[in-house]
Design a protein around this ligand. Structure first.
Ligand code: GLA
Length: 398
């Protein structure tokens, strides 16, 4: 933070117009002013993020919208590195978990902020059959395959370019996942476009095509903490999820195949409920997940972009909504986070962030009753997921 920005923040906090004028004279611009005056210009800046251990250079892009929202994205893993949004008093804070530098992401095992694929979530026994051929994948999660394997889409370098969009800035990332990579069949060309709109939405548009029948399930893995990354757990955040059913799991977190009603269970978020209010109940599913680590069956028409979930944090007033075309959403409450050292030396405690992962149901390749994740040559996989950021007044409910 520049000295000018500090002064400006103090000035605004005290309502001191003299300090504000002084700060303006110092040439203070961008985020804070934008958050209040809505006059900043939307733009993207690119800079070097560092080099991977193998010497590959990686960049980081800062996307800013006209209202001062700021997102940093690296082309390593398509990771959202930071996301700064205002609270109800206009104070900008980084609300996603992550690391200060590239080496943190290279070593990461939590999938902070990443694009996840070729198959997000789990595939039972790390194998599946397509047209009678059995494909073997890495067992990187007990007996199962998780999040694309040993080197999933979160650990590869994507080609990046800025693309023009109306009332928004956009960064397009492209990656060619070669035939047999991580055991999957088919050369898969994937594009993920991050669009930061002037309406405070981070829209993620995915597309993929293949030259051989394969399975695809992509998601985004940001961990949010609406008070600010590294400020404690998210148990008092209030979540509302538009799902009447969820997919119960076995002891290795593979869905049993049942679509179970949430009614009368701790999985009922049809009304806004604190994430932590039931998380430690002796419910079999919560015990298996060590908290919430479950896929919700979203109430919707197939392929419709609809509201999946909203989360509100009463102290800061920050809220977010997640909209998606996907049939499912994994709610993961950071149950495996174990005092991870993150950005600015902050420590991410257990349940210090929540993920809303828009996706197809886990283990769909082995569950014929679930919506299909098969992609054939000539077809186009698409997904749109939107995270919308807002603030709410003290008395409002989500
Ligand atoms: C997903 C999984 C969790 C965990 C995290 C990453 O959300 O469902 O079980 O593996 O990713 O730590």
């Amino acid at each position: 933070m520049t000295i000018g920005t500090q002064l400006l923040r103090r000035g605004v906090a005290r309502g001191g117009s003299l300090a504000l004028v002084f700060a303006l004279c110092l040439g203070v611009t961008a985020p804070l002013l934008a958050a209040t005056s809505q006059k900043a210009e939307a733009r993207i800046d690119k800079r070097a993020f560092g080099k991977l251990q193998d010497g590959t250079a990686v960049d980081i892009y800062t996307l800013r919208n006209s209202r001062g929202l700021e997102v940093e994205i690296t082309n390593y893993g398509g990771v959202v590195v930071s996301l700064r949004t205002p609270d109800r008093r206009g104070r900008m804070v980084d609300i996603v978990l992550g690391y200060d530098d590239l080496s943190g992401y290279e070593a990461d095992t939590s999938y902070f902020g990443a694009v996840v694929g070729r198959y997000a979530n789990r595939i039972a026994g790390a194998s599946f059959k397509l047209n009678g051929v059995e494909y073997q994948l890495a067992k990187n999660n007990g007996p199962n395959h998780l999040h694309g394997g040993l080197r999933g889409f979160n650990k590869v370098v994507w080609q990046a370019r800025e693309i023009p969009r109306k009332d928004a800035v956009a960064l397009e990332l492209t990656y060619l996942s070669k035939d047999t990579e991580e055991g999957y069949p088919g050369n898969l060309t994937v594009t993920v476009t991050y669009v930061l709109s002037n309406a405070n939405e981070l829209r993620i548009e995915y597309a993929a095509t293949t030259d051989k029948e394969t399975v695809v399930n992509l998601t985004h893995h940001s961990y949010f903490n609406l008070v600010g990354a590294g400020t404690g757990d998210v148990l008092s955040h209030q979540a509302k999820i538009n799902a009447d059913r969820f997919t119960p799991v076995d002891e290795t977190l593979i869905p049993t195949g049942e679509l179970k009603a949430v009614k009368g269970t701790p999985f009922d978020f049809s009304r806004a409920t604190a994430i932590g209010s039931r998380i430690n109940q002796p419910d079999e599913q919560l015990v298996l997940g060590k908290g919430y680590d479950h896929n919700f069956v979203l109430n919707k028409m197939a392929q419709e972009l609809s509201l999946a979930a909203s989360v509100y944090e009463p102290v800061s007033g920050r809220a977010l909504e997640m909209w998606t075309t996907e049939p499912g959403m994994q709610l993961y409450t950071g149950n495996f986070l174990d005092n991870v050292r993150g950005k600015a030396d902050k420590v991410y405690v257990r349940r210090g962030g929540f993920c809303l992962e828009a996706e197809h149901f886990p283990d769909s390749p082995n569950k014929p009753s679930f919506p299909s994740t098969v992609l054939k040559p000539g077809e186009r996989y698409t997904q749109t997921t939107v995270y919308k950021f807002m603030v709410r007044g003290a008395k409002e409910k989500p």
